[in-house]
Ligand binder design. Structure first.
Ligand code: 86X
Length: 510
């Protein structure tokens, strides 16, 4: 007992000391990504100033550093869907219980997550009202009203909003929060062909957000019957992977709803032949979860690593004055550098704070993940150059002042590409192809993302879940990739030994 106490108090003292050092300097992370991923993540989102914890569990403050990333992704996606003639709208936050109940079947499983308003002041509401967990039931009664004839189709609406899902399993900033921001698109067409086409167009935009903006490789594919949105016909998704935890993560979904909701909400139209017909619908969404995936994939022991395409500040300029140096000259050079960069369209800032040393500033902007640091000291001034330091690989490059713009452009493009390449190489190293149950279990224990031939039967997937249940969580199907490797004649399902129908990714997931 005494021994235990001693050990405990000494390790407590150690961690207290670590935290004290951290408090004094305000710098450095006390957990390492490879040693304690969970703690590292909570620490990095706070120290990197993306998130502040809130006094309601599962709710987080999104700080400006987060919102600027969100706004950049939003600007891209919003412009793209406008090209597709999708229009923005805004429906109310509240749902009446009668409408929410309307699609009982798919609500049933979700019911425990619905948050309700039951009072105004001290007075009970006559009828409690629900807060939207998603907006099908809010919007579709009006689709029924607005759609009469084929001339009213297609109806293509999107909204940028918050939703609330009162989850009980361990909340994680961005990844699983009780309130989050997203866009939800809801479209209605006369034909299935039009709906099918849009599902894939939207999925391609989601791939683009992950791969081109967040520099995260994703796999496009179709969800199994068990994992699809129960209210819909089929679900497509982009799936990312976090090597440290060996977990897949659904990045965004694009559903074809078929005519299920049209039936429930009576969304009918008169077609060109004058016959009554039901619309074909889609719905699709991506959320602030994207930002959590970005932190998990690119962050390191120094803090956040922001891809240049989404960074609020792409270049931070830091003066490095010395006692007897030409401080004025250095300040002027810094100002000129930022001005040139901003004029050329870069997001650049200079850090002139006087009460911090250059070294402290370096660590601080590394913690915040700024892709490129430019240092200007006496030597740089004398040589008419600036020193660039990359956040992704710490490499240092001196560039002549008169080549600033072209070279910074090149370096940022290179960082963006390098982040993707490194992430893809790490992700690919975690993909394992298996043919048998034993190989599957072995790969799972090594935190792999597993590609296996599958019979595509729901019972078998349920069985896989049951057989892999444990403290780490069960394995499930992630998606059947659209890019299917050849499936040799006679290949058997890894889990049931029945004839395999397709290759499917499996793994633990968020
Ligand atoms: C599923 C389906 C769908 C529109 C999307 O994935 C894209 C955007 N919606 C969302 N889903 C629910 O339907 C749901 C319903 C309730 Cl009542 C709930 F509490 C939680 C839910 N979570 C997910």
């Amino acid at each position: 007992m005494a021994g235990g106490d001693t050990k405990n108090s000494s390790s407590n003292a150690k961690s207290r000391k670590k935290k004290e050092v951290k408090k004094e300097t305000g710098l450095g992370l006390s957990s390492k990504k490879d040693e304690n991923f969970g703690e590292w993540y909570s620490e990095v989102v706070v120290s990197g100033e993306l998130i502040e914890y809130y006094d309601i569990s599962g709710c987080y403050i999104l700080r400006p550093w987060t919102m600027s990333i969100w706004e950049i992704m939003q600007a891209f996606f919003d412009a793209e869907i406008k090209k597709m003639k999708i229009k923005n709208c805004y429906f109310p936050l509240f749902v009446s219980p009668s409408v929410l109940q309307k699609e009982k079947d798919h609500i049933e499983g979700f019911a425990p997550e619905v948050a309700w308003v039951t009072k105004s002041g001290q007075t009970d509401l006559e009828v409690p009202i629900a807060i939207r967990p998603t907006s099908e039931t809010v919007m579709y009664p009006y689709y029924s009203k607005w759609i009469r004839g084929h001339r009213d189709l297609p109806l293509k609406l999107n909204q940028w909003c918050n939703v609330v899902r009162w989850e009980f399993s361990n909340p994680t900033p961005f990844i699983r929060s009780r309130e989050f921001l997203w866009q939800e698109g809801h479209t209605a067409f006369a034909t299935k062909e039009e709906a099918d086409k849009e599902v894939l167009e939207i999925l391609e935009l989601y791939r683009c957000i992950y791969e081109e903006y967040l520099a995260i490789p994703v796999i496009k594919g179709k969800k199994s019957e068990h994992e699809k949105f129960a209210g819909g016909l089929y679900t497509t998704s982009v799936e990312a992977f976090v090597p440290q935890t060996g977990r897949g993560i659904q990045g965004a979904t694009s559903h074809c709803l078929g005519q299920n909701f049209a039936k429930m909400f009576e969304i009918n139209f008169e077609n060109e032949k004058g016959e009554k017909a039901m619309v074909w619908q889609n719905s699709w969404a991506y959320s602030t979860r994207t930002i959590g995936v970005m932190v998990m994939v690119h962050g390191d022991d120094k803090g956040l690593v922001l891809p240049p395409k989404v960074a609020a500040v792409q270049v931070i300029v830091i003066p490095v004055p010395y006692k007897d140096a030409d401080t004025d000259g250095i300040i002027k050079a810094c100002e000129a550098t930022v001005e040139t960069l901003i004029k050329s369209g870069f997001r650049a800032e200079v850090d002139f704070r006087e009460n911090y040393s250059p070294g402290w500033k370096y660590s601080n902007w590394e913690l915040k993940g700024v892709p490129l640091r430019i240092e200007i000291g006496p030597k740089d001034l004398a040589n008419q150059q600036v020193r660039c330091v990359r956040r992704d690989n710490s490499s240092k490059i001196d560039i002549p002042m008169d080549k600033l713009v072209v070279q910074v452009e090149e370096i940022l493009a290179n960082i963006q590409q390098n982040l993707f390449d490194v992430a893809k190489q790490k992700r690919d190293a975690c993909i394992q192809i298996v043919k048998t149950w034993d190989e599957f279990m072995e790969a799972l224990s090594h935190k792999k993302m597993i590609l296996a031939p599958w019979c595509d039967e729901e019972e078998v997937e349920k069985d896989v879940k049951a057989r892999t249940k444990g403290e780490m969580g069960a394995a499930k199907s992630l998606c059947s990739p659209f890019e299917q490797p050849a499936l040799d004649e006679g290949t058997l399902c890894f889990a049931s030994s029945k004839p395999a129908k397709k290759w499917t990714y499996w793994g633990r997931s968020y």
